[in-house]
Design a protein around this ligand. Structure first.
Ligand code: PEP
Ligand code: MG
Length: 898
């Protein structure tokens, strides 16, 4: 096994092994771009280290061989006293984890080689500053010294000299600081700062390996659903310096605007600085376009490289570069993160440029991005009116409209959000320690840093609204407030912790007070209130329109809606639903009809019961007529009553109190007494496992028959009105084919009666939900009696795991997620190995009995992107989900087939 790859040996497809950064450095090297030479230690080496606690034995020699080759190429040795080769040691996992893992720069500097560096660079200050940075970074990340100790020493040095910024410290000051730093290291670690360059390198590599399991990295992986067992690669790269004077600098660039997708010059540049300064957002950068004035040659070369990269990767790339005394070096590139809107635009733009085809365009977007585009945004009228106060404007770093109470630290953000408050996390700038606060907040606002600052990058990754670099806002985290200084004689404004603010991540505007939100243009488009041209790649709605068309063309899965009223059905249809996969009839038993249901439950005699059912029948029928009309020509699966009866009765405690009070007043209410008896009779310890679903239909005479009659009558009425009703009757919670057979027999009799009376052939089908393990396990038998199966993955997950679907997510799931028992709730994304395998086997068994058996899913998973792919793979015919998730399901079904 080979653990080390030279940059000339790898390529962009080796991300598993070399990490994203390593694979792309290799790709650029092989494209002939100016990449400083170096090599990559593989993720396999990291995994061995993490599993066994020691580096693989072969690693040391392999690293030595690659280091020799690197030294030969560079014509100098690592840490060589008179002209040292210096290297950076950088983490680089398969997936980008910005700022979550360690990096050490300037490895190879020592008490001896610092002089050599000074001589070579002709700059004492630079050499001592580099050495100072090494000890600081190495001390903090490799040796675990508290970083504040170094910061305090710097502050003291500045204070002693009477200056405020680092650059006013000269070579002598920095030399003294190096001495102090070394003392700090010695005192804190009990040993001196390692002078041997190879030892520095080996320790730094190990620190990078270890950082894979740092708290921040783990939290980030959980949030981003990155597996914990990938490990990180380590890149050893010869150093180039952006801080060697005004003809040096460092920057980041995008080949297109990651917010809009438009082509152009996007990025930030920082003169006379090292790379980390830009990403940290600590100093203010200039727009990349200004580089043309500063260094025309490097600028032109960079533009050319960007074009090469974009045509090569056929996608938006982001780039980190450094200019060392007029020479341009590429330090990193990768396919860049982008906003959801830009993803759609770029995908269609690239199709138009002939760089990618339609299936590839589908792979470039996803359902989560589409869902994000469907979020409401701020009401423009109100936002520009005078009822709210605009208090600042920053950079639109990550889109969306967020409203919440101002908080100024992560701890408060987490605490308040746990108690149900919506919060906006406001910081001068964020760093990786703010991660849990950022997760908890509705949105993030910073007063410093650009589009590539930590806040911006992380928020975009999380799909969270973010405005950064709102410079007129003065954030005072200690006093938990932010001020907008007064101007032109006007008073300033103070925003205290708890004040409501609204931030617009699409425009960068910040408001004091709550700005109302309005629907997104993408929703307006789906609603048919906004039209899009098929040739429009630039406009968001046009791009969405085209991508949806690609998806609809290739997808095999049909998409239906879970809807139980005409309004939802109509919306679902506008959103592209091809029918209703689940109409839950229990909603038709609530509200003012509850009283009739009560009478049904309380009925003593057959007569009383028939009266109650007779009253419910026309109401139910009417519901169905409306529904069939809204879905005319498309299938409508109506599920017979499912929930336990007690859900239709008053709360047991409330009713007991009422009865007891009445008793004490000697005021008997016969009805309440009977009601209370019924409530007691129907009380169950485990209602979810009790008298519900088909069991109700079997023990309450006439209930299912009434519902079937209502469906049949409604269908007949629609038929008479020249409509095309396509009703499917579905039986819930079936566990054995016997249950289904009994219900089917009765239903068929009722349907035949209606058909005869109305003189029509209704072509009603009768199927079952598969939502109990026993049903899945005996699917072959159940298919004898079912025209279709619809998998109820909510109940199936509940019963397969033994998790109460109404309780566990709020109770112990956080602990399970933290322990990594599962990466995501099985109620959200289908548990492929457990619940999923039951679905797969039942589908197969059902079709073995009845070839062509129609199969669908109507649990919440039907609208979950990852689950949709699974249902595609196991060969279901359709997924059914709530109306708002239909576009997402259509898109993901297309992506699954592309
Ligand atoms: C299910 O169990 O997955 C289902 C769709 O039914 P309900 O959610 O109504 O129990
Ligand atoms: Mg169910």
């Amino acid at each position: 096994q080979k653990f080390v790859y030279d940059f000339t040996e790898g390529n962009k497809d080796l991300k598993d092994l070399l990490g994203g950064k390593g694979a792309n450095l290799a790709e650029m090297t092989n494209l002939g771009l100016p990449v400083p030479p170096g090599f990559t230690i593989t993720t396999e080496a990291c995994k061995v280290y993490l599993d066994s606690g020691a580096e693989p034995p072969a690693l040391r020699d392999e690293v030595s061989a690659h280091l020799d080759a690197l030294e030969a190429k560079m014509g100098k040795k690592l840490g060589q006293a008179d002209d040292p080769l210096l290297v950076s040691v950088r983490s680089g996992a398969k997936f980008s984890m910005p700022g979550m893992m360690d990096t050490v720069l300037n490895i190879g500097l020592s008490d001896q080689s610092v002089a050599g560096l000074a001589a070579q660079a002709g700059d004492d200050r630079f050499a001592w500053d580099s050495y100072r940075r090494l000890i600081q970074m190495f001390g903090k990340t490799v040796l675990g010294v508290d970083g504040d100790l170094f910061e305090e020493a710097i502050e003291q040095a500045k204070h002693a000299k009477g200056v405020t910024v680092d650059v006013d410290l000269d070579a002598a000051d920095l030399k003294k600081l190096v001495g102090e730093f070394k003392e700090i290291v010695a005192k804190e670690t009990g040993r001196g700062f390692p002078q041997e360059p190879r030892e520095q390198m080996d320790l730094a590599v190990r620190a990078v390996f270890d950082s894979w399991n740092g708290d921040r990295a783990k939290l980030y992986r959980r949030q981003e659903r990155i597996p914990h067992d990938l490990g990180t690669a380590v890149n050893i790269c010869s150093m180039v310096f952006g801080n060697l004077g005004p003809d040096s600098g460092t920057g980041v660039a995008f080949t297109r605007d990651p917010a809009s997708g438009h082509q152009g010059v996007y990025g930030d540049y920082l003169q006379n600085a090292q790379g980390e300064d830009v990403v940290a957002g600590i100093r203010n950068t200039v727009p990349l376009a200004d580089l043309e004035q500063i260094d025309q040659r490097s600028y032109d070369q960079l533009m050319q490289i960007m074009e090469t990269l974009e045509t090569h990767y056929k996608d938006l790339c982001d780039i980190e570069f450094t200019i060392e005394r007029g020479k341009l070096w590429m330090l990193q590139t990768r396919v860049g993160k982008r906003t959801a809107g830009a993803a759609f635009r770029i995908a269609t733009q690239l199709v138009d440029q002939g760089l990618i085809d339609e299936p590839e365009a589908l792979r470039r977007v996803n359902g989560a991005q589409l869902a994000q585009l469907m979020f409401p945004r701020f009401d423009h009228e109100v936002a520009s009116g005078d009822t709210v106060q605009k208090i600042g404007r920053g950079i639109a770093a990550s889109p969306g409209a967020a409203v919440g109470k101002a908080v100024f630290d992560s701890y408060t953000a987490v605490k308040w959000s746990r108690s149900g408050e919506k919060v906006i996390l406001i910081r001068r700038e964020t760093n990786p320690d703010d991660l849990d606060g950022m997760i908890a907040a509705e949105g993030i606002l910073t007063s410093r840093g650009g589009k590539t600052s930590h806040a911006a990058v992380v928020a975009r990754g999380m799909g969270k609204t973010c405005v950064c670099g709102a410079e007129e806002l003065e954030v005072d985290t200690k006093r938990r407030r932010m001020t907008v200084p007064g101007r032109d004689g006007k008073d300033g404004i103070v925003i205290e912790e708890g004040d409501v603010v609204s931030i617009d991540g699409s425009s960068g505007k910040v408001y004091l007070g709550e700005v109302p939100v309005v629907p997104s243009p993408v929703v307006e488009y789906f609603e048919g209130r906004m039209h899009a041209g098929a040739d429009d790649a630039d406009e968001l709605v046009g791009a969405v329109h085209r991508i949806m068309a690609y998806a609809d063309r290739v997808r095999r899965l049909r998409v239906r809606a879970n809807a139980d009223n005409a309004e939802d059905a109509a919306r679902a249809r506008r959103f592209g639903a091809q029918g209703i996969g689940l109409c839950r009839t229990e909603h038709m038993f609530l509200g003012e009809r509850r009283e009739k249901v009560e009478r049904l439950i309380l009925a003593h005699t057959e007569e009383e019961r028939d009266t109650a059912l007779g009253e419910l029948l026309p109401l139910q029928k009417n519901d169905f007529v409306e529904l069939f009309e809204a879905m005319d020509g498309l299938p409508v699966t109506v599920r017979l009553l499912d929930p336990p009866l007690h859900e239709f009765l008053p709360d047991i405690t409330e009713l007991s109190v009422r009865v007891a009070l009445a008793e004490s007043r000697k005021d008997h209410n016969e009805n309440d007494l009977r009601l209370l008896q019924a409530v007691h009779r129907l009380h169950e310890q485990n209602p979810m496992l009790g008298l519900r679903g088909v069991r109700l239909g079997l023990v309450i005479p006439g209930l299912f028959a009434m519902q079937v009659r209502a469906i049949a009558e409604a269908a007949a009425e629609r038929r008479n009105a020249k409509g095309d009703p396509r009703a499917e009757i579905m039986i819930p919670l079936v566990g054995t084919v016997q249950e289904l057979e009994i219900v089917r027999e009765e239903a068929e009799r009722v349907i035949a009666e209606v058909e005869q009376a109305r003189g029509v052939d209704l072509k009603l089908t009768l199927g079952t939900m598969i939502e109990l393990p026993r049903a899945a396990l005996t699917a072959a038998q159940i298919a004898e009696s079912a025209d279709f199966f619809s998998f109820g993955t909510n109940d199936l997950t509940q019963t397969v795991w033994g998790f109460s679907r109404d309780d566990v997510e709020a109770s112990f799931f956080t602990a399970y997620l933290e322990k990594g028992i599962f990466g995501v709730s099985p109620f959200e994304t289908i548990d492929k190995d457990g619940v999923g395998s039951l679905v797969r086997d039942a589908a197969q068994a059902g079709r073995a009995t009845r070839p062509g058996l129609k199969l669908g899913v109507c649990g919440e998973h039907g609208g979950d992107p990852e689950s949709v792919h699974f249902f595609h793979e196991v060969g279901l015919d359709y997924v059914s989900c709530s109306p708002f998730r239909i576009p997402v399901a259509r898109l993901e079904a297309g992506r699954a087939a592309a």
